[in-house]
Ligand binder design. Structure first.
Ligand code: CU
Length: 149
């Protein structure tokens, strides 16, 4: 009898722990692409990534979407010259609870050689490659661009 009662008490607790811990995994929020002239060779994608896992996850790239390829870039401002330059990042490690904001002047997805002209209001599916998996599919909304790379 006492055994049975214990089990009944434990099951809701387990359910609570499991759902609170790793259900969400890595989430992407505010995903958008800056609209560019139709002949642009590259576009920039921005988003907020958050790791809600209890383990480290690594963003190792992105794929899909109407682009030849996608790279992870970071814009750095050189205080000596006052100029901005972009560095290619092979990966970004997301510690548990870590939030990384991709935004103009910082991290961005470099969307290289778009195959179609993307207009404001359209959405573009992009798959974020994560290690360990699963990968994360996100819809990026094309928005008017008031910024630069
Ligand atoms: Cu770039």
């Amino acid at each position: 009898m006492i055994h049975n009662l214990n089990l009944i008490g434990i099951i809701p607790l387990l359910t609570l722990l499991l759902s609170g811990c790793s259900d969400e995994g890595v989430t992407v929020d505010e995903a958008w692409i800056a609209e560019a002239p139709p002949n642009a060779n590259v576009l920039a994608g921005y988003m907020t990534l958050e790791n809600n896992d209890a383990q480290h996850r690594t963003l190792a790239g992105a794929t899909d979407g109407p682009f030849e390829r996608i790279e992870i870039h970071r814009t750095l401002h050189d205080p000596q010259t006052g100029l901005a330059r972009m560095l290619k990042e092979e990966q970004i490690t997301l510690a548990p609870g870590k939030r990384v904001v991709f935004q103009p002047g910082g991290y961005h997805l470099m969307l290289i050689h778009p195959q179609v002209a993307l207009k404001a209001g359209e959405t573009v599916p992009i798959t974020l490659v994560l290690f360990p998996g699963p990968n994360l599919k996100a819809e990026f909304l094309v928005r008017r661009n008031q910024s630069h790379l």
